[in-house]
Ligand binder design. Sequence first.
Ligand code: ADP
Length: 581
Amino acid sequence: MKTNSVKVLWSAFYAFYQFAPARQTIVLFLMLAQGLSAGVGLLFILPLLQIVGIDMGGTYQGVAATATWFFETFDLKLKLPHLLVIYVVIVAIIASSRFFLAINTTILRQRYVNYLRNDMYRQLLHSSWPFIVNNKISDFIHCLAGQVQAIGLASYLMLNLLSQVILSLIMAGLAFLLSWQISLIAIGFAFVLFCLLLPLNRVILGSGQHQLLNFKAVFQILTEQLSSLKMIKSYASEAYHADKLAEVSDLLEVQQVRLTKMNAITQWVYIVGAAISFSGFFYISQVLLDVTLPTILLLLIICSRLLPQLMNIHKTYQQLLHQVPAFEDVHKMKKEFAKVQEAPVGKASIPMLEREIKLANVTFGYPGKDSPVFCDFSLEIPKNQTIALVGPSGAGKSTLADLIAGLLAPEQGGVYCDDQLLDNEYRLAWRSRVAYVTQEVYLLHDTVRANLTWVRPGIGEEILWQVLKMAAADTFVANLPQGLDTVVGDKGVRLSGGERQRLALARALLAQPQLLILDEATSAVDSDNEQKIIEAIKSLRGKLTIIIIAHRKSTLAHVDRCVNLEECCERAGEQMLRESV
Ligand code: ADP
């Protein structure tokens, strides 16, 4: 798809401006003031020194004469100390404007980055589950960690570009007042230089696209590898995995060098072009247009300031072009987030399970799959029953648990809590009644206490020990070096698999759920730990509704009912067949 860079940059700038219009305007004015005041301090002091009789060699006669006229007209008698004070005041005003500019630009940039990151992360968390699992987590991390930072910088660059363009227009206006013919020729030269460099823009845009893909690859490699370091080390495949990252890093290096080359070529063309245009100026003004030498000199002074300005504008534009793919990527992600936002709970009351959870004629399939996982599937789970979902791998046990938990929405039919259909805002509301324990336990690199209490902040220690006891985790936590305040390590690496599972079970119980889902929670633990978890489940039986997905007979021995999904699916299939016949 062809990218309209100017349109992308304009809409990005508009979004940035809309974020804080007042502060943007202040910053823009400060940037302009800074640009206009460059060198003003020196320009002022020299003629003023002339007024008090210090001969500066006649260079500033004109300005000095004007200043003298000004002071004489208003009968102001100035001596050297007064002049020096004026000089200091002027420089102090300029320095203050720089100070405010530096602070305001940082505030603007950082607030925008914060806003983008926080807003997008919130949207990501509120996105539907199928969207989340169908995307790469590394892409989300790359976007939230790197892209938004780059976009903050690029947005500020756009404001800077605007101020540079305004300053250049002012200088060009001055040049026009002095000699419109020469100014037109100068603009013609600048236009030719710009056109000469146009092919570079396409290369820079392409380089930005490659950089985006390569950075995404780096994030993907790092996310995948760092979460599987044990596997990498156990296969002694450190070198292979390090090489994978090195390959992409090499590409990024090439990319950066190429971008710098483009910038350097631009500078070269401008400098050599400037030398050619200066010579052309001189010749045309003197020989053909008969412009006086002082005017030519003044024009040259203006052009010598204008040219670096134009060079800067072009450089900033190239930097922005390089960021266009990043802008597009973030914009696309924001649009996707907006499409998949879950309905907020709003005024929906949280459903209270009194009788049963019911699936009525549910049909559900994953996008891109030929056949649905469930077709016209119905099931009733009475309150406080413990049921097991069994069947071969791929039969749909986890999918069914996700449907019941309100993570997935059926395409047809409905999931009910008593008579309440769990759709839209009720699906999200229902999730606060559900606790899910999966084989892979989510543990923060923090204390046992912190890992428990985020589900119920501010809860007392007594209740923590109660749930730990219910999950058969009290003994091992009590034996940890700092008890509840022991740090468990990354993903709980300092605990055994069984201990992690029991901690996850304790946390699930702390949330006081009405429905507890244990998805393969006992499959990766040894028989001793499994026995402990089974004991915990047995003690919970009849107190809340429990759905267990497990293979081991020992785990299934203590449930009220087994639902064999293979049989259910076969029955549903036969029924469909009968109906279609
Ligand atoms: P089980 O838990 O019984 O092993 P699952 O519910 O995980 O089975 O999967 C049921 C079917 O749905 C399988 O064919 C699986 O490949 C497919 N499936 C599961 N998750 C996804 C997904 N996110 N996208 C596409 N297909 C999926």
